[in-house]
Design a protein around this ligand. Structure first.
Ligand SMILES: [Mn+2]
Length: 299
């Protein structure tokens, strides 16, 4: 908890308790979880600022044990630092603040896991992680390509998230898993650059597995835009896109990634007020549990 993390106490605020199973002190922790409550550029339906607190709140409703990974959160050394103090308004200072704090965590030997907030925060975390791991590659789960140069006059709009990430990623290696929405130009670029990873609901993640073979030792950043999931199981997101995926499809991705070196990740675009049933937040909490485990396993 914040009071026990003197290194970071000034940078975070207590934003609705802590994620289930988090250690009370950051000492000896290998993974640092933190929220970024920013939704300033959201073009359609805002509300992702409430994402981190919603995920924390429902986390106690799922088990600490994950049968798939055979790991228990109680056995892991991760802390929940709270949510990052950020200014209101333009995205640039927020992206910069995310970059700075992510850098501090990595400097303290903690792998970062960000809870958004909107997708525009990702480029700050990728920039910081890439300064630590120059051969970093990026994997994106998302309904949308997010490759626009700018959107509504804003270069840091969430519709430009991957364009900004590519600018700060020296390897320029981005894999976009089963993107199903974008412009003609975006899809041409994805295909020309061989970035599209095929993924069929109900099947194993064989194409991801095949494409990652050539990156055996490379550090991986995973960004999970929750609108990758189908709106029927993830209604709580600002830009829902029919034709999405289900929990078992995410589990197939995890099944591949458990054999690789995940060094940082984020989970973005949960907008809990759009889902009165609360199942979106529960799904997001379960995704968080899996990623905490993948980040912990090589530490
Ligand atoms: Mn998206």
């Amino acid at each position: 908890m914040n009071d026990n993390n003197p290194l970071y106490i000034d940078e975070f605020f207590n934003d609705g308790g802590v994620f289930m199973g988090a250690k009370e002190k950051s000492e000896n922790c290998t993974v640092g979880l933190y929220g970024v409550t920013y939704d300033g550029t959201t073009s359609f339906r805002p509300g992702t600022r409430f994402g981190p607190s919603a995920i924390r709140e429902v986390s106690n409703g799922i088990e600490t044990f994950c049968p798939q990974l055979n790991m228990d959160l109680e056995d892991l050394f991760f802390c929940d630092l709270g949510s990052l103090k950020i200014p209101t308004g333009a995205p640039e200072p927020i992206v910069e603040a995310v970059k700075n704090i992510t850098h501090k965590l990595l400097n303290s030997n903690m792998k970062p896991l960000l809870l958004g907030g909107e997708h525009s925060i990702t480029s700050g975390a990728v920039a910081a992680t890439a300064t630590f791991y120059s051969d970093l590659i990026l994997i994106q789960l998302d309904a949308h390509a997010d490759l626009r140069e700018e959107w509504l006059g804003n270069k840091h709009s969430h519709a430009c998230a991957m364009r900004r990430c590519l600018e700060v990623l020296p390897s320029k290696t981005l894999y976009q898993v089963a993107i199903r929405s974008g412009t003609k130009q975006e899809f041409e670029e994805i295909n020309n650059q061989n970035r599209l990873v095929l993924h069929n609901s109900g099947k194993s993640a064989s194409d991801l597995n095949r494409k990652l073979q050539q990156h055996r030792e490379q550090p991986i950043y995973l960004t999970v835009d929750l609108d990758w999931f189908d709106p029927s199981v993830m209604p709580g997101t600002g830009t829902p896109e029919p034709g999405g995926f289900f929990w078992n499809d995410f589990a197939s991705i995890v099944e591949v990634l458990r054999n690789y070196n995940l060094v940082a990740a984020d989970i973005v675009e949960l907008s809990p007020l759009l889902d009165h049933s609360g199942i979106s937040s529960v799904l997001a909490a379960k995704v968080t549990r899996s990623l905490l485990m993948l980040l912990s396993q090589n530490s």
